[in-house]
Design a binder for this molecule. Structure first.
Ligand SMILES: NC(=O)C1=CN([C@@H]2O[C@H](COP(=O)(O)OP(=O)(O)OC[C@H]3O[C@@H](n4cnc5c(N)ncnc54)[C@H](OP(=O)(O)O)[C@@H]3O)[C@@H](O)[C@H]2O)[C@@H](O)CC1
Ligand SMILES: Nc1ncnc2c1ncn2[C@@H]1O[C@H](COP(=O)(O)OP(=O)(O)O)[C@@H](O)[C@H]1O
Ligand SMILES: [K+]
Length: 513
């Protein structure tokens, strides 16, 4: 698991060590330099003569870059520091100069910005050390102009020309929330110190981070992290592998309220995913014609009422204010869903509430209800609760708005997207496991069925431990993304292919753990 800590927590953890004279910056910058050397070795035979350009701001982030530059210059690399501010870390500057590095005072001669950017773009490595966790707002002044010019000089493409390594974080992102309010130089790698910061894992900034390296500089961080990211081993270890005394009911029964005759496919996809993810049983409730389609695709599904350990409500059910043109407002699926959801809030059965089911919610909901909106559906849900918010706001600050939806409803919220953000009562997760190929119709229905099966397997525990639903939801996002990759590595996937890849995906996660 990757744990991410807010800037204030990192500073608080640094303070006693700095007071005790621990050389934190030397540790950080040495590890940074070693990472740069390792990356360079992977790309060229000889290090001597490789060109490194440091973009250096006024604070300690610039200090890190300068000290790392000193280490690299001593190894024979040609290092140039570009100062974007009148002030620069004194010790770092001295270290670089004494190692033979050059210094360009860009702040004193902004007309040189384009030329400096062109030179940096043609270097082997650019270290972005303009601002770190001390930034206030979007990049401004010469730093902002340099990033704009350098982005132009690189043709806007990451991976072309100089390799960009961000120092602690890409300068200008919101360290705690991943917001991007101005120009930011996309990194190929980010070397972060002490702990990951939430902004490195959250969109939109997460897309500018490249490969992430966390350097241990000896901090002891107290309390709970601000954000977590599950890794394959976490999910494999926690997977409910059946034992010799298990039977279908102990493995969990998923009750599926999904599909209308306009959208029967969603029910088929959710049912397939739940069956393929290892549910003990899947019961279908909904219009008869849809039930036939579900049974034709998955004969394992049971269409009779009975015990249920988790509900999946809403895939393929239109929102309550949308007429599906057949049975009045939403048809039989909606009626069933409305009745079932009302009863479920009173009971103690986990539920996944997706698509049209979201419009039926009547908060407060228990935390073992997991809502699975995409950004557009979250906008609708939040507006219904009086928030003046648009989809673009949700996309610009997904953690903030997913958290708001959790506060307003009491439910656990899984916000779908390129990075899936989950917020529950014990914390938040950000999962980035899926190829962009997964953005295809029906993929969300597969996620709903998969998550339903995962909740059913640990139904009683999910109700007892309020934070568990969020952990399981994050795990479902990981499995979903990995199944998409496994279904067709590097190419397009259809939603049903993702469901079909679940058994092998789960087997490999369990085997690796
Ligand atoms: N303490 C330690 O030993 C360790 C610290 N570590 C490192 O220190 C970093 C934090 O350093 P920090 O606190 O000095 O702040 P930092 O991120 O360099 O930025 C502040 C400077 O930037 C400027 N500035 C601000 N906003 C701006 C903007 N929007 N646009 C443009 N400029 C802006 C502002 O200048 P001003 O505008 O006030 O003149 C101010 O001087 C951390 O990320 C990590 O890399 C590690 O080495 C571990 C050990
Ligand atoms: N750019 C992307 N990269 C990776 N995964 C994505 C991306 N965009 C969307 N997804 C994932 O694809 C799925 C789409 O779900 P959803 O929008 O509900 O589609 P549908 O309603 O058609 O099933 C979600 O799991 C989401 O996290
Ligand atoms: K930086």
């Amino acid at each position: 698991m990757i744990e991410a800590w807010n800037a204030a927590d990192v500073r608080a953890a640094e303070a006693p060590l700095l007071e005790a004279g621990e050389p934190l910056m030397e540790r950080a910058s040495f590890a940074l330099a070693m990472q740069v050397l390792a990356d360079l070795r992977a790309r060229r035979r000889h290090l001597r003569g490789a060109r490194v350009v440091l973009l250096v701001g006024a604070g300690n982030n610039g200090g890190d870059a300068l000290h790392a530059g000193g280490v690299l210059a001593r190894r024979g690399l040609a290092v140039t520091a570009v100062l974007v501010s009148e002030r620069a870390h004194t010790g770092g500057l001295a270290a670089l100069r004494s190692a033979g590095g050059r210094v360009v005072e860009l702040f004193a001669d902004p007309a040189r910005t384009a030329a400096v950017a062109a030179d940096a773009a043609s270097a082997d490595v650019v270290l972005d050390g303009m601002v770190g966790i001390g930034a206030r707002g979007a990049l401004r002044g010469p730093a902002a102009d340099l990033v704009t010019a350098l982005t132009d000089a690189r043709g806007g493409r990451r991976g072309s020309g100089a390799r960009v390594v961000a120092v602690d974080l890409p300068s200008g992102i919101g360290a705690d929330d991943g917001t991007v309010d101005g120009p930011v130089l996309p990194a190929d790698r980010t070397v972060t110190f002490g702990a990951a910061k939430p902004g490195l894992l959250l969109p939109p900034a997460a897309h500018l981070v490249g490969e992430l390296t966390v350097v241990d500089i000896g901090l002891s961080l107290e309390g709970a992290p601000a954000l977590r990211r599950l890794e394959a081993v976490d999910v494999g270890r926690a997977w409910p592998v059946p034992g010799p005394t298990d039977q279908k009911y102990s493995r969990g029964v998923v009750g599926l309220v999904a599909g209308t005759s306009t959208y029967p496919g969603a029910a088929v996809l959710s049912a397939s995913a739940a069956v393929r993810a290892g549910a003990g049983m899947v019961r279908y409730r909904g219009p008869g014609a849809v039930g036939h389609a579900v049974l034709a695709a998955r004969p394992e599904v049971v269409a009779a009422p009975g015990r249920v350990q988790s509900w999946v409500v809403g895939p393929g059910v239109p929102p309550s204010d949308e007429d599906d043109g057949q049975h009045g407002r939403g048809g039989g699926g909606l009626a069933a869903a409305r009745g079932d959801l009302g009863g479920m809030s009173q009971g103690a059965t986990p539920a996944v509430v997706d698509a049209g089911g979201l419009s039926l919610l009547e908060p407060p909901c228990p935390p073992w209800f997991v809502l699975t909106p995409h950004a557009g559906e979250l906008e609708t849900l939040l507006r219904r609760h009086g928030e003046d918010v648009h989809r673009r706001d949700v996309e610009a600050a997904p953690l903030r708005w997913a958290r708001r939806a959790h506060e307003l409803t009491g439910a656990t919220v899984l916000l779908k997207g390129g990075v899936t953000v989950v917020v529950g009562p014990s914390g938040a997760y950000a999962q980035a496991d899926a190829p962009a190929w997964l953005s295809t119709a029906g993929a969300g229905d597969v996620l709903a069925g998969l998550l339903g099966a995962m909740l059913a397997a640990r139904s009683a525990e999910v109700v007892e431990r309020p934070g568990l639903a969020a952990e399981i939801a994050a795990a479902a996002a990981l499995v979903h993304g990995r199944a998409a990759e496994r279904a067709n590595p590097g190419g397009p996937v259809a939603a049903l292919d993702v469901a079909d890849a679940l058994p092998a995906t789960v087997a490999s996660l369990v085997a690796q753990a």
